[in-house]
Structure formats: structure tokens, C-alpha cells
Design a protein around this ligand. Structure first.
Ligand code: KG4
Ligand code: ZN
Length: 356
């Protein structure tokens, strides 16, 4: 007999308070509810996330958001088989709010508690809308992380490349800030870019032909600061956004080709599947270009549904579901892990003097 498995997921690693109920029955996963409360209005006047304000907002919202997720899903509390909560990486004060809340619910329901790596949530998120199976090559592009990883199985990641300075989402947000677009500017840069001339400004593509599939974006920000004085009209802003978007697309195309080579040299007989996940995976221009590279190189290319690219708790519940099936549970004294990496053996590659 096939039992339904119902998981409550909770997410509070940065500036989104989120809760979701997902359910698996006969191998099919359904999202019964997926509630996200973003804190854009709280942080926009500071141009970035203020950890203490974010944590306070999580405290104020988390029970309401979770109640809403449960009522919208139409399940009873007693139907929940396990509680999955993000334990890292992220802002320590924010993670603590969700983790303590999740542990309390698990304890009060007397159900297993599962600590989830937020990045693993992004990494396997397309399993919610496609029939993605392990193993595969992953490009994770979010506000805090940019990595190419060989994903062997749940919990088994090998980093092939990473950013040596800024994350891609960070590069989008910083560029937006220089242009004068409100935080978080990533999604708006894409809109501006649609109206601009992508060949107007020549921007650098750092370490394009070296460092394997490692990437670097800090030089781009410096170059944008340099041309900032030439930005006078709205059209100039559109042109700079378009030039930035084009440069990022070109960098990702080249580095993805390199990542394919490295991945295949290590895994000759594997299925050629490429997954792009994280907040920046919502960018249509990037998606289009990466789909083209995949087609040329005969890789199947999968993205999460656009609603599941940025931070949400359905992807946290999904990791919870996979861990539940393997009976990987955590004790209630499990602590937050603000620097939790997917490949804990990978070297730290940031800062001056780093050899790539
Ligand atoms: O995955 P995510 O929601 O949070 C982290 O875990 O970091 O990613 C957020 C990042 C932000 O930097 C945001 O500006 C960027 O993703 N982002 C985008 C787009 N949508 C979100 N960047 C470029 N184009 C977009 N359409
Ligand atoms: Zn994220």
C-alpha cells in the first residue's frame, strides 16, 4: 500500500519568511501550499538586508505564515509526518528564528525534525516540476552563491567551480544600485535591459579564459562604477543594464561549456543533465542562452518553475521529504550552521592571492 507522506517546510535564512506543505503519493509530489512573505519594504531604504531587522520580521511573521500554509493546504496538523527547516547557510539571527520554530512544532507534534541545507533546496528544486533524477550537473546562481556542482545524490555534491568574489545575484543587485534601481535590483535590471542597446558599453569578462569554470564578477562592478558618470538619461540606464546582461550571458555561456567538459571528463557514462537553480535562474535572458548551449552540447536542461527559483519553503520541504524517505532525521539540539556548504571538502576560493 502506498502511504502519503506529508512534510511541513520552513525557511527563514535571509529576508523571506516562508512555509509550505508538500505531499507525496504514489511517487508524485504535490505542493499543497507555498507561502512566502518578502521583506523588500523593510530593507529597501538601506539598499540591502539588515540582519537584525530581518530576524525581527521573521519572529513577527513566522507563526502566521505557517498557520496560513497549513490552512491553505487543507491538511490536519496530525497529517504532518515531519518538519523540515533550513539550518544554513544564511544569516545566523534569521536561521535561529526558523530553526527554533521548526523544532518546537516537531516536538509538539512528536514528529521527526529534519535540518535542511538551503542550497540543497535550490539544488533539487526542479524535482518539484520536472522528473529530474540524480546524477546531474548543477549551476547554482543566487544572491549569496554561484557554483557549478556535480550532484551525485542527495547530500553528495562535488564543487567543480565557484565565484572567487561576488555571487551573481549580488553582481545584479550592486549594478542595479549603481544605476539607481531600488533593492533588490536583479529582476529590474532584466526589465531595463529589454529596452537598451546591449552593445553600448564594453564591460570586462574577468577570468573568462582561465580558472576552469570558476567565475569572477567584481571587475564588472568596478567597470560599471567607472562609466557611472556617463549615465545621464533613462536610456543610458537601459543601455548599461543591457550591456551588463549581455556580458553576464556571455560569461555564463563560456563557463558552462567549460563546466560540461570538466563534468564529462570525470563522469563519462552519466546522463547529460544540466540544472540551473537559485534566484537568478528566473532571468529569461540567461535561461534562453543556457538552453541554447545545452542544445548544442546535447545536454538536457532543466530549470525550476519560475515561482520556485527564489527563496521558498516548498524546496525545503522537498529536501525534508527525500531525507524522510531515507530516515535521515536530526536531534532537537541541532544547531544553525551559517556557513554550511554543499561540498564541505571544497577549498575557500575568495580574496587576494587566491590561486584558481
Ligand atoms: O535564491 P535567492 O532568492 O536568494 C538567495 O538564496 O540568495 O536569490 C536572490 C537573488 C537576488 O540577488 C536577486 O536580485 C536575484 O536573485 N534575482 C535575479 C532575478 N530574480 C532574482 N537576478 C537577475 N534576474 C532576475 N530575473
Ligand atoms: Zn536562496
Amino acid at each position: 500500500m502506498n502511504k502519503k507522506i506529508t512534510i511541513l517546510g520552513i525557511e527563514s535564512s535571509c529576508d523571506e519568511t516562508a512555509a509550505s506543505i508538500i505531499q507525496e503519493e504514489n511517487g508524485k509530489i504535490k505542493i499543497l501550499s507555498n507561502i512566502v512573505s518578502s521583506q523588500f519594504d523593510i530593507h529597501k531604504e538601506f539598499g540591502g538586508v539588515v540582519p537584525e531587522l530581518a530576524a525581527r520580521a521573521h519572529v513577527e511573521k513566522i507563526d502566521l505564515i505557517t498557520e496560513k500554509a497549513i490552512s491553505e493546504s487543507k491538511i490536519n496538523l496530525s497529517d504532518i509526518d515531519a518538519v523540515a527547516t533550513t539550518a544554513g547557510p544564511g544569516l545566523i539571527v534569521c536561521l535561529t528564528v526558523g530553526l527554533n520554530f521548526g523544532k518546537t512544532i516537531a516536538a509538539s507534534l512528536d514528529k521527526p525534525f529534519i535540518a535542511v541545507n538551503h542550497l540543497e533546496g535550490h539544488a533539487i528544486s526542479p524535482m518539484l516540476n520536472t522528473d529530474l533524477k540524480f546524477p546531474y550537473l548543477l549551476l547554482l546562481i543566487s544572491g549569496g552563491h554561484t557554483q557549478y556542482l556535480s550532484v551525485e545524490d542527495l547530500g553528495k555534491y562535488k564543487r567543480l567551480g565557484t565565484t572567487i568574489d561576488d555571487a551573481l545575484g549580488e553582481a545584479y543587485d550592486k549594478t542595479a544600485k549603481i544605476i539607481g534601481i531600488e533593492f533588490p535590483g536583479g529582476p529590474k535590471i532584466e526589465k531595463y535591459a529589454e529596452k537598451g542597446d546591449k552593445n553600448k558599453f564594453e564591460l570586462p569578462k574577468p577570468i573568462l579564459n582561465k580558472g576552469g569554470c570558476n567565475v569572477s564578477f567584481a571587475g564588472l562592478k568596478t567597470a560599471i562604477l567607472r562609466v557611472q558618470s556617463k549615465i545621464k538619461t533613462e536610456q543610458d540606464k537601459f543601455d548599461l543594464a543591457a550591456s551588463f546582461q549581455k556580458t553576464i550571458e556571455e560569461i555564463l555561456v563560456e563557463k558552462t561549456k567549460k563546466a560540461f567538459e570538466i563534468y564529462l571528463s570525470e563522469n563519462k557514462n552519466l546522463r547529460k543533465t544540466f540544472v540551473v537553480a537559485g534566484g537568478v535562474a528566473a532571468n529569461k535572458g540567461i535561461k534562453e542562452k543556457l538552453l541554447e548551449v545545452c542544445e548544442k552540447n546535447k545536454f538536457e536542461c532543466l530549470f525550476p518553475d519560475i515561482s520556485l527559483c527564489s527563496d521558498n519553503a516548498a524546496m525545503i520541504a522537498l529536501v525534508g521529504l527525500e531525507k524522510y524517505k531515507k530516515k535521515i532525521f536530526n536531534k532537537l539540539n541541532y544547531n544553525v550552521n551559517p556557513r554550511w556548504q554543499l561540498d564541505e571538502t571544497a577549498k575557500f576560493l575568495k580574496g587576494a592571492g587566491v590561486k584558481i
